[in-house]
Each structure stands twice: as C-alpha cells, then as structure tokens.
Design a protein around this ligand. Structure first.
Ligand SMILES: [Zn+2]
Length: 152
C-alpha cells in the first residue's frame, strides 16, 4: 500500500489476513471443479465420447477454472487493500486523497481523468462507465492509489 506507512506488527497482521483470504478462495475451487468434472464424465458417458477427448476437455476446463480463481483472488485482494487504505487514512483523520493512476497504458480512461484530482473519503467520485462510484482499488481490477492529503 503506497501513501501510508504502517507499523511492522500491523503490516504482518494484514499479510496474514490477505493470505487467509487467498487460501479461502483457492479452497473454494475444488468442490466446484469436482462437480463440473462429474457432470462432464456423466455427459461424456451418455454421449459415448472417447476417454481421450473427455480428458482433454477436462484439462481445458481446469485451466480456465484456475485462471478464473486467480483473477477473482487478485481482484478481492486489491479491493481489500483499497478498503484498508480508506480505513487507515480516515482513522488517522485524513479526510481527502489525491487519486493517482498506475500511469501506464493499462490505466482505464475513466481513471486517467481522475488522476491528480482531490476527493473526499466521504464521497467516492464517479469512476466507472456505468456511473458507479468508488475509491481507488475498490473497482474491478483497479490499480490506482489514494495519496492522503495532509494539512487541509
Ligand atoms: Zn483505477
């Protein structure tokens, strides 16, 4: 988390929390996947599919499921870090922040417009095409940062 420095003990606690979150997400995958494979095998049997074809399509599905789980995990961790930044800045009495994008070609145009502007923690700006409001990192795959505004 850029912008705010946390004591080492607190940082360790956050890392533990994030790891726990990741673990939960990864553990939630197998049951879904077992169900999916079971369904594929039953369908394959009913349709008389070749075992090798079935194996290939299960492997493809596994790759997709893994990718999806990774995307979800990454997004949840990012959202969580956004929530923590808000929590700690407002707890420290900071009322406003400067929106800062990752300043690379992957930053979405809606967020490039917000870059360098000051916002209240009380009132997230419109930051999505669908007029949704959120603070940095609280939106899908957002990699922006909230730089605390001090002394206002
Ligand atoms: Zn962003």
């Amino acid at each position: 988390m850029k912008g705010v420095r946390y004591p080492a003990a607190q940082r360790l606690a956050y890392v533990r929390l994030l790891n726990g979150l990741l673990e939960q997400l990864i553990l939630s995958l197998p049951q879904n996947f077992v169900d999916l494979v079971e369904q594929m095998v039953l369908t394959g049997l009913r349709q008389g599919s070749h075992v090798r074809d079935l194996e290939r399509s299960i492997k493809d599905k596994l790759a997709i499921a893994k990718q999806k789980a990774q995307l979800i995990a990454r997004d949840q961790v990012s959202k969580y870090s956004g929530d923590l930044t808000k929590h700690h800045q407002t707890y420290a009495g900071i009322k406003q922040y400067t929106w800062q994008t990752s300043r690379d070609e992957r930053a979405r145009p809606e967020h490039r417009v917000l870059d360098g502007q000051v916002f209240d923690w009380d009132k997230p700006p419109v930051s999505e095409k669908n007029c949704e409001r959120f603070h940095p990192r609280q939106g899908y795959r957002c990699r922006c940062d909230a730089i605390p505004v001090v002394g206002r």
